[in-house]
Design a protein around this ligand. Structure first.
Ligand code: IVH
Length: 689
């Protein structure tokens, strides 16, 4: 396989020779894209290349006669021998609101009037198209799209596709059409299974799905997921409602027990106008980063069957539907290096250093790799071309290497044999490796973190002074901060005034709630929200210290692997905790919910999940994210980080630009109640500090 350049803008074609070689590249990439197996080119580059070819063909129609762009799947889909009942078509694309309006105008022209039946809006699932045939309520055959008229029989996956039950409740006969894909979780599992069998990892969920459909003789089965976006009658039976709208057809399919796009978290929306359709496109786009599977666009369809029929079909796609493509969130780039840093808890964190690549409007040059086991599982080699995923404001992640593009002689990513910070031993007993010295190895980041506004809030204790105190041998752990004298603080900060202020700040810090004091200890897996949950659950440090691993596991989100680590860590930290107690630091959580109802508290927000966005104003002015989360929990609620079906309220401060945030758009779409900071303050008045 040839390595193809990762082009971003349309590569300009200036001669017929350029056009011919662009067609060759397109054919090769299309074969990989539609045929499964790993693609030599990412989607953004593929789309750009395809656009350049189409532009050339528009200007030089005489040269385009034999072009693959005129065929379904660019003529590259592996052919099959199973005839489709009716053709499985593809979709034309638009890339902007103007182009969507242009498509609506062309639909109006075809109908001779504006569409009256409204539009549907649903996610464009990034998987592989299949037709699933049910006869008498039994799933008898699954066929790939193939060239649109004939597909391949891939019935070997029957039984391993969530959403496509083998038996339906009623003995109905019809064909569901939709997309088979790996959700992100299924993809991770699939690659673990592949690695265990010594098979090359899938570079991304879509290639994995296409490859899994085609592979008939694997010694293992991989679970995938199906959502229907259409259906047709089969074998003369008439199961589907006659003259039904698109939404009604999908409702009938769902009623029969097959999963449809309406059941995805992005949903199926019926709207009246194209402007409303655009708003739903935006709303689905805003949900994208939080979806548990990949989408590469949003599909808008004329809802009425009569209007679909009147608009008709082109050679490759229907005139009544359009794909609004979203920017690519996955690119391929080169893994140049892996650097290791020791975080505040002493855990060794590997970061991938990548050849810079533009993803969805930002340049990505670093991505998190979780731990050594994860690197090994993914079989990453230095110099590998890797797929990198980034959507919205999520941290970029390396998905997998494109093994076909591995340079000769590439070596697996080396793992450190000594702590990269202090050169000492590494504790490899957990998946996440840790310096054997624990928090003392990375003392400066830990103390800096503990002093931060969200934790002990020691105003004025910046990085430089922390370093001075550590270098002077005065601070060897977080408890030492509380035995510092005014004189020592004056020397470290270089001024008596600053020294006096720090003394005051440290006195205030002693009274912080247990959740923050606990968080300042730097125990792996106990960040701010976990520390709040632990403190709320146990109430006092004493109760935490008496807890067994099993007791700790009762805290929401605390898994069976983490809990024993917390217990062991607390034992090791006993001298530090004793020093904190001796210094008079607070060891209890105020307003602890009653023991009988652990964590599920009373209060105006009991049983409610609240998400916050933007800078708070009015009575909540100055409340940072942690203070807001604490307030929510004090009022009996749960603080969420992203808007989803479980969210009760979104507290949204208006943004300076006046543009709704992506969280606000998502809330609108999901019907989540949006509150201003003042409205929220009214709701929780009695819990305001
Ligand atoms: S409708 C006759 N709806 O995208 C209309 N397609 O790029 C046929 N796809 O071939 C397609 N999600 O494999 C439709 N909600 C959705 C879809 C969807 C994903 C795929 C489908 C199609 C391809 C076109």
């Amino acid at each position: 396989m040839t390595a193809l350049p990762a082009v971003e803008a349309s590569p300009a074609l200036s001669t017929s020779a350029d056009y011919t070689s662009a067609l060759d590249l397109l054919r090769e990439a299309s074969r990989a894209y539609y045929g499964g197996g790993n693609s030599p080119m990412d989607d953004a580059s593929f789309d750009a290349l395809r656009r350049a070819v189409l532009e050339w063909e528009a200007e030089h129609p005489s040269e385009a006669a034999g072009s693959p762009t005129g065929l379904v799947a660019d003529g590259a889909a592996p052919e099959g021998d199973i005839a489709h009942t009716t053709r499985l078509l593809s979709l034309d694309n638009v890339f902007s609101p103007e182009e969507l309006t242009g498509w609506a105008a062309s639909l109006t022209r075809r109908l001779g009037r504006e569409a009256e039946g409204g539009f549907t809006v649903e996610p464009k699932l990034d998987g592989a198209a299949v037709a699933a045939r049910y006869r008498g309520g039994r799933l008898v055959q699954i066929v790939t799209r193939g060239d649109g008229t004939h597909g391949e029989d891939v019935s070997h996956v029957i039984g391993s596709v969530v959403g496509l039950p083998e038996h339906l409740a009623e003995p109905v006969t019809f064909e569901a059409r939709g997309e088979v894909l790996f959700t992100q979780a299924q993809f991770e599992t699939a690659n673990e299974v592949r690695a265990a069998h010594g098979a090359a990892l899938f570079a991304n969920p879509r290639n994995g799905a296409a490859g899994t459909l085609r592979a008939k003789d694997r010694p293992y089965r991989l679970e995938m997921t199906f959502w229907a976006y259409g259906a047709v009658d089969l074998g003369g039976e008439s199961f589907l409602p006659v003259e039904a709208t698109h939404a009604q057809v999908l409702a009938a399919v769902a009623g029969a027990g097959v999963q449809t796009t309406a059941a995805t978290p992005a949903g199926l929306h019926v709207v009246d106008t194209i402007a409303e359709a655009q708003a739903q496109v935006d709303a689905i786009a805003a949900l994208r980063a939080g979806l548990p599977f990949g989408i590469d666009g949003v599909v808008v369809k004329a809802n009425s069957a009569a209007e679909q029929e009147a608009a008709g079909l082109g050679s490759r796609f229907p005139h009544w539907a359009i794909a609004y493509k979203l920017p690519a969130v996955e690119r391929q780039t080169v893994l140049e290096d892996v650097v290791w840093e020791v975080g505040r808890t002493g855990v060794l964190a590997p970061t991938a250093v990548l050849a810079p690549v533009d993803i969805d409007g930002s340049t990505v040059s670093r991505a998190t790799l979780h731990n050594p086991a994860d690197i090994a599982r993914r079989g990453l080699h230095l110099g590998d071309t890797v797929t990198v995923y980034k959507a919205g404001d999520i941290i970029p992640r390396v998905q997998a290497p494109v093994v076909e593009l591995r340079p000769q002689g590439a070596v697996p990513v080396p793992l450190p044999d000594a702590c990269p910070n202090c050169g000492g031993d590494i504790d490899r007993s957990q998946e996440r490796w840790r310096c054997a010295k624990g928090t003392t190895c990375a003392l400066a980041p830990l103390i800096g973190y503990a002093a931060g506004r969200d934790i002990l809030d020691i105003d004025g204790l910046g990085k430089t002074y922390v370093k001075a105190l550590i270098d002077a041998g005065l601070v060897g752990d977080v408890a030492d901060l509380f035995s510092l004298t005014a004189e020592q603080l004056t020397t470290a900060s270089g001024s008596a005034k600053r020294g006096a202020k720090l003394v005051e700040q440290l006195a205030l810090a002693k009274a912080r709630p247990l959740s923050r004091v606990f968080c300042a200890l730097g125990i792996p897996g106990t960040g701010r929200s976990m520390s709040r949950r632990i403190a709320a659950h146990f109430g006092t440090m004493d109760a935490i210290l008496r807890a067994s691993a099993e007791d700790i596991q009762a805290v929401e989100g605390m898994g069976p692997e983490k809990a024993p680590v917390v217990v062991a860590e607390l034992v090791a930290l006993a001298p530090v905790i004793d020093k904190l107690i001796a210094a008079g630091v607070n060891m209890s959580e105020p307003e602890r919910p009653s023991v009988a109802t652990p964590v599920v508290a009373e209060g105006p927000l009991a049983g409610r999940t609240v998400v916050v966005t933007g800078r708070m104003t009015g009575r909540l002015e100055g409340y940072g994210r942690t203070q807001m989360n604490e307030l929510i929990e004090r009022a009996g609620g749960r603080a969420g980080s992203s808007v989803n079906a479980k969210t009760t309220y979104l507290v949204a401060a208006s943004s300076p630009s006046g543009k709704p945030s992506s969280k606000a758009t998502a809330a609108l779409k999901l019907g989540v109640e949006v509150l201003t900071p003042e409205e929220f303050a009214d709701l929780v008045t009695e819990h305001l500090a």
